[in-house]
Design a protein around this ligand. Sequence first.
Ligand code: TTP
Ligand code: MG
Length: 404
Amino acid sequence: MEQIIIHVDMDAFFAAVEIRDDPSLRGKPLIIGALPHERGVVATCSYEARKFGVHSAMNIKEAYRLCPQGIYRRPNMEKYRAVSRQLHEIWDSYATVSEAIAFDEAYLDVTARAGDFAGAREIGLTIKRRVREELRLTCSVGVAYSKTAAKTASEEKKPDGYFEIPTPADFVRLIEDRDVRVLYTVGASTAEKLYAAGIRTVRDLRERAGEAELLLGKQGRWLSRLARGIDDRRVTPYRPEDAKSIGREVTFQKDVTDYSLLRDVLVLLALCVEHRAKRVGLCGTGVTLKLTYADMKAISRSQLVPPTDSAVEIFDQAERLLGRVEQRPARLVGVSLTGLSDARERQLRFEDILEDELSRREERRKALLDGLQARYGLDFAGHLDQLFELGILHKTVEYMRKHA
Ligand code: TTP
Ligand code: MG
């Protein structure tokens, strides 16, 4: 089936939000991340700073060497999260299906709503206008027949860009002389393998598809199709329940009405989820809270987060979600980390940006555990690991419920 897909991506997202809220920063090289005297990296920077060669994930000392006259600010995640929510709300209103892939980025299936490319252009331009007028930010929009092409299109005229790629032939014409790394899923290691075989451009890949398939197997077949413009992937909603996830939940022996107890149980669940995520080396980009009320009605609430495997971050999000639900007697509570991947490839974890975030989290983690000790007499020192066994978690939670 033919599709019309929009990919929208904010320009210099964190930096743009700071500039909006402090106009004295406009037109200047602004670097968001660690401060120059701290250890850490650049999260993002304004386009003015990019002229000096500064970019995301660069060591902050290196950024300072390239751009000593830059203005350095720490990120304010809470603020970006709130803006992200407003953005996705605008975007979603134009799509039959929308797929949030990051704070500042989404795919929208507008096939039915747009009817044709002219209709999609109108939607794309309306989105740009609304983002500018309502949030005073700029975004780049790509409209195309596939997800890959839409993403390529949104990058084509950045910042504040708009570009269309109506057909596979247009896509191929646009990218055939570019490096294979423009193709979705070609990261550094895949590129190295292709380069070693003398396959450098998309054209090489198309002409030597057989070799690429031998070299890379299933991924090679996908890439050789992509090099001919073929990508039938659908826009799939960010549905945390579908995404690969790691979750833990507990059912209480008796319904719980005390929400501060539920909050304390979330601490334990978050610790269990962190333990499993770290063991398998994955980060998640969503946190989901699940609650079943005494009348068996089940709800779940989710929040996108920067890639994380930290119990503190998981708990903070879950607690926030808990604060927004109806407080009726509960029989089950669960927490999961969704959208799992080795996400560090694309977006850094918050604690990679700011090394002292690690110590802040250590302190917060200690404070949460101290809280449990003070309220229930639970002392995890030296045997927190036992908690990760299912039976012990249940026993601990029951003990807490009785002593709440
Ligand atoms: P991007 O969309 O990759 O970058 P950007 O929006 O800052 O700039 P561009 O105009 O090129 O799209 O990422 C969105 C936000 O995610 C970015 O503002 C900061 C954060 N981020 C990190 O924290 N670390 C990273 O390594 C990257 C790439 C992004
Ligand atoms: Mg962006």
